[in-house]
Design a protein around this ligand. Structure first.
Ligand code: BGC
Length: 618
């Protein structure tokens, strides 16, 4: 990244303090106008999950970013033409936008064990982002999840850093490509230790020693930096009591100096707010720790005031400010932003038919097929015959919203078919391959009748959630939990517990309706294939016992058809657990743990009996 240094120096020589500080700022779109982008020399704008322009069509996105861009590029005596960069959470496809192809969440991709597929997914995603005139996605998530209670478990490829480190460079290559018309800027997140907090509490404390941090959580970032990732997001969690957002050792000494990261570090959503009650102090801590760009969604004007005062007072060294600005400009030059036409004039903006295209859907459908993991197949029930008399039931059978999970159209995800136009629900996929199949009227399987049905497919599992609202938190276990010497106990009260997804990992307690549906049908002597939609491994002893066959579909996204492809043996089943499967909600889950005692070990995944299956491998 050296070839632009001279140009950057020349540009910086013209910049005054306002213009420099403005580059550091990333407000959320609802809180900033194009006029303000120009007036305050804003460096970036973002959309939070579910924050969308107009009717949420690609055209609406192009129009919005075009205005921001134009404002940033209007040069006059007070303002220099420096393009803004617009960021979105395209973490499984450009899934904020209605009609996008929604890919399986990362946990399913980990089971696919296919780095080449990652690059193709990322390419398709980059195209669907570029079509909307947007340049930057906060992806991939490189968390190495070590506790399934974490509400963001599904954003992680694996509990094993090997898989994450193998996928990271391919995903980044797919997104960033040659920095051309079909490329976007990638952002590896969240640095670091987000997947290893005590009890899996989102934004909690990672209480591990440095050797463990380096062994498990840093390698994916090393791989990402080697692959040329242009940006990295700091994590909202702490490491042994100190927030990553103020962790100078992690952000500056390790990430920049030791690992040689030359792009810029962006803070997470209002992440500096919790560094101090005094916002000025928080700005100072963040800047001096090595943060370059600040996702200050609403309070960005206050940020600007504080940052300027801090630099003028010498509390933030001028060279630190200049380093941050240089890094941001470096990314903008490197990605070719200065040479790109305004969003409305870009090549892909004129090809909106690419958005949600058949070609992209095919990649997603392949990913669904490859991510399925079979835990049980008694009596070689699977694959099913297409002409069998099939009853399909379960609350997740015909709900494209549910099967997409969080970060889809809304931050917390969608709950209906209508919100996800263009794909198929799992039921719709089944119906297209087995036209004689019947959908249970109330999804509860009450009409099951052995004279009419040879087999049932019951689609069960979790419903969408995101971030801390997806946490599983066990009340009582939460008080003052600390294992690491010198760590600050985490104060968590029970009111927070009430807002999270569940209080334990047992599916029959979390969603009792699921076991009821399975047992309902099984009691009538009909074999049941259970398909589970879920963002993490759950304790499913009862559901497993009651089912004849059991397949984990994770959060497959919009292309539910891929599930049917495999259930009917058009393709073999091949997914392998990238995350160990628990038997109880209180044990050692992860490969390599002392007394490792999973229900299904890391790497587990049954395949069809080759002699029975006519399936080809995808
Ligand atoms: C999440 C990030 C996300 C950001 C922007 C935060 O709450 O932690 O992963 O990129 O919001 O939406």
């Amino acid at each position: 990244m050296n070839k632009y240094e001279q140009q950057i120096s020349e540009l910086m020589a013209k910049m005054n303090l306002d213009q420099m500080v403005g580059q550091l700022v990333q407000p959320e779109r609802q809180f900033v106008t194009p006029e303000q982008v120009k007036k305050y020399h804003i460096g970036s704008v973002l959309s939070g999950g579910g924050s969308v322009p107009g009717n949420n069509t690609p055209e609406d996105w192009i129009a919005m970013n075009d205005e921001y861009w134009a404002a940033s590029m209007e040069a006059d005596e007070d303002h220099l033409a420096i393009p803004i960069v617009y960021g979105v959470d395209a973490i499984h496809g450009n899934s904020n936008v209605t009609g996008a192809v929604v890919f399986p969440h990362n946990i399913g991709l980990g089971a696919a064990r296919d780095p080449d597929l990652m690059e193709r997914i990322a390419k398709a995603t980059a195209r669907e982002i570029a079509v909307t005139g947007v340049e930057w996605t906060f992806a991939p998530t490189l968390a190495v999840v070590r506790n399934d209670h974490w509400g963001r478990t599904y954003e992680s490829y694996s509990e094993d850093p090997k898989i994450v480190s193998e996928y990271a460079p391919r995903f980044i290559a797919g997104l960033q490509g040659d920095f051309g018309e079909e490329s976007v800027i990638a952002c590896a997140k969240h640095f670091v230790g987000d997947g290893t907090t005590v009890h899996g509490i989102d934004q909690g404390d990672a209480q591990i020693d440095e050797a463990e941090l380096r062994r498990l959580h840093i390698p994916p970032y090393q791989a990402a930096i080697e692959a040329g990732v242009l940006t990295i997001m700091a994590s909202l969690n702490s490491w042994n009591g100190l927030k990553c957002h103020e962790h100078r050792y992690l952000l500056t000494d390790v990430l920049k100096d030791e690992l040689g990261f030359k792009g810029f570090i962006v803070s997470d959503w209002d992440g500096i707010d919790c560094l101090s009650e005094d916002f000025g102090k928080a700005v100072e801590l963040g800047l001096n720790a090595g943060m370059d760009m600040f996702m200050v969604t609403e309070k960005w004007q206050e940020f600007i005031e504080h940052a300027k005062l801090l630099v003028l007072a010498g509390r933030v060294p001028r060279k630190r400010l200049e380093d941050a600005v240089r890094r941001i400009l470096r990314v903008k030059f490197e990605f070719g932003l200065f040479d790109k036409p305004r969003p409305a004039e870009r090549k892909l903006s004129k090809q909106t038919e690419i958005f949600g295209s058949r070609e992209h859907r095919e990649v997603a459908r392949e990913a669904v097929r490859k991510s399925l993991v079979m835990l049980k197949n008694e009596e070689t029930l699977l694959p099913l015959e297409k002409n069998a008399r099939i009853l399909v039931a379960g609350k997740n059978a015909n709900n494209r919203g549910h099967q997409c999970g969080g970060f889809t159209v809304n931050w917390q995800g969608a709950t209906s078919n209508e919100e996800i136009p263009g794909g198929q629900s799992i039921w719709e996929g089944i119906q297209s391959l087995a036209p004689g199949a019947i959908l249970s009227e109330n999804l509860d399987g009450n009409e099951a009748n052995p004279d009419e049905h040879d087999v049932a497919i019951v689609v069960i599992g979790e419903m969408p959630y995101a971030e801390m609202l997806g946490d599983v938190r066990v009340p009582g276990l939460l008080q003052e939990y600390t294992t690491f010497p010198n760590s600050t106990p985490i104060p968590i009260d029970d009111t927070e517990v009430a807002e999270v997804y569940a209080t334990n990992l047992y599916l029959h307690e979390m969603h009792p309706e699921d076991i009821t549906t399975i047992e309902n049908i099984r009691a009538r002597g009909i074999p049941v294939v259970t398909v589970m939609v879920c963002g993490r491994p759950l304790v499913v002893e009862k559901e497993l016992d009651a089912s004849t066959a059991f397949v984990v579909a994770w959060l497959p996204g919009s292309e539910g058809h891929g599930v049917a492809d495999v259930l009917f043996g058009d393709f073999d089943i091949q997914g392998k657990l990238s995350i160990s499967w628990p038997k109880y909600d209180n044990e050692n889950w992860n490969i390599g743990d002392p007394d490792y005692n999973p229900r299904f070990p890391y790497g587990f995944g049954l395949q069809y009996n080759k002699s029975k299956s006519s399936g080809k491998s995808s």
